[in-house]
Ligand binder design. Structure first.
Ligand SMILES: [Zn+2]
Length: 132
């Protein structure tokens, strides 16, 4: 889902209410670059491209602008100077003895973002009034 948000500049989240082809629907998951959602009143799930005939709800602008960190590729707050704010990144090291979590300041802090976080409501192709 994060990959979809980052790639298509949309606010997609699990459980989000969207409109698909003019019908209300709820996002139920993501996989392989596609969104899975259930149209209200339908039993089967629909799989669709995140930019095809989907309208996302408007997301309020965050108090601080956000960007995708070039280093950890996560959605993080930015400073007034337009660079990535201080943040940590974490992961897990695996060895023959087990695994250990680590967390350290992200090298992307203080650097320009890979791109700003955007929340497009009408990405890509939409059905036009004429084709309804
Ligand atoms: Zn980072």
């Amino acid at each position: 889902m994060e990959w979809i948000r980052r790639t298509y500049d949309v606010p997609a989240r699990h459980g989000m209410r969207i409109e698909y082809d003019g019908k209300p629907a709820t996002i139920s998951g993501a996989g392989g670059g596609y969104l899975r959602f259930r149209i209200d009143g339908e039993k089967r799930r629909t799989v669709g491209h995140p930019c095809y005939r989907i309208v996302y709800p408007a997301v309020p602008e965050p108090v601080r602008p956000r960007g995708w960190c070039k280093h950890c590729m996560q959605d993080r707050a930015m400073t007034a100077d337009g660079v990535m704010g201080r943040h940590h990144w974490s992961g897990r090291n695996y060895s023959a003895y087990g695994s250990k979590r680590w967390s350290e300041p992200c090298p992307g802090s203080g650097k320009p973002p890979w791109k700003p976080v955007r929340n497009l409501t009408h990405p890509g192709e939409q059905r036009t009034e004429a084709s309804r």
